[in-house]
Design a protein around this ligand. Structure first.
Ligand SMILES: [Zn+2]
Length: 329
């Protein structure tokens, strides 16, 4: 995997392939999801129409094909001259308003005023296939996914790179009803605001993997799991090497302290007055400054705790000297 955009696109391609042959009941659901997320009402010379703009040419072509097939209405996908923010070409198509009405996107209230329908309630007739197509289409229209990219060397991924899956909506009421559906299905999406948009998102990689399974994006699910495994392995490896380094540092620090103490005792003429056992250990430490207690124990045949006790005693005795000096001065 090379970059985040590639992963998002790859996931969408996989999901798109899985919706290529829609069941009859799912067609309206697909169109509804496309119109609801990518559509906007616009005036044309024939009156009000629904304009759909997207970078996803395949998706828009599929929408046109289904409109023709299901409602006998033709529509043409055009590419816009102006480029989008990301530098990609934007495609758009216009759809008849009566189609929008048929799809329950709008309705006329008692006063005959045009109202936009904002909820997904009672839309699927409890069809699992329709529900799935609805969420797949929403992700294709307004979803994205990122996973941490591992660097080539054996270090942790770049800071700030996390697992993240989101869908961005402009309509808060609609986003709320999508959230309710997702939660009802057992997906732990959270909602937040970003400028004028509402974002539904997942952060935990295992939750993202579960949702990818629901969307039939198995390749992407496996890829995210590979990243999780790789990251875990690296974290364990990093922790272990940090741990070993910390222990070595600690041992060297202690040895330095002991050598300082021994030198101090020697300068003060106190070393010669100490017991044979303490003098032997002092010499041992000076001869093997980098040895661990274990290694010193092996050299002498004295127990590790015996060595530690004697070295600690030497450090303590040297403290008496420094304290004595401060008292004298
Ligand atoms: Zn269906």
């Amino acid at each position: 995997m090379t970059n985040q955009l590639t992963f998002s696109r790859q996931t969408k391609n996989e999901i798109y392939k899985s919706i290529n042959h829609l069941k009859n009941c799912c067609v309206d659901v697909f169109l509804y999801a496309v119109f609801k997320t990518l559509g906007s009402l616009t005036f044309t010379n024939k009156g009000l129409a629904l304009a759909v703009s997207t970078e996803n040419n395949d998706l828009l072509n599929l929408a046109c094909k289904l409109v023709k097939q299901q409602y006998g209405k033709t529509c043409k996908v055009q590419s816009e001259n102006t480029n989008s923010f990301s530098g990609n070409v934007i495609f758009n198509a216009k759809f008849d308003l009566d189609l929008v009405e048929k799809l329950k996107l709008i309705h006329y209230d008692e006063q005959g005023l045009l109202q936009i329908v904002n909820t997904t309630n009672n839309f699927f007739d409890d069809n699992e296939c329709c529900r799935k197509i609805f969420l797949k289409t929403l992700f294709l229209c307004c979803g994205s996914i990122t996973v941490p990219v591992m660097s080539e060397d054996f270090t942790e991924s770049k800071k700030g790179q996390r697992y993240h899956m989101e869908m961005v909506f402009s309509d808060q009421t609609f986003a709320q009803s999508v959230l309710e559906l997702l939660n009802w299905l057992g997906f732990d999406f959270k909602m937040t605001k970003r400028k004028s948009h509402v974002v539904l998102y997942l952060k935990k990689p295992e939750n993202i993997a579960d949702f990818l399974v629901y969307l039939n994006a198995m390749k992407s699910k496996l890829e995210i799991e590979n990243v999780m495994i790789e990251r875990n392995l690296r974290n364990v490896a990093n922790r272990q090497s940090n741990c070993i380094n910390a222990n070595i540092d600690k041992a060297l620090l202690a040895s330095n302290k002991q050598i300082e103490a021994i030198n101090l005792l020697q300068k003060a003429g106190k070393l010669a007055l100490l017991s044979v056992q303490l003098r032997d250990v002092a010499r041992l430490r000076l001869n093997h400054p980098e040895a661990t207690l274990e290694e010193l124990a092996q050299i002498t045949g004295i127990s590790k705790s015996g060595i530690r006790h004697r070295l600690d005693r030497l450090v303590e005795l040297s403290k008496d000297i420094t304290q004595g000096e401060t008292h004298e001065s």
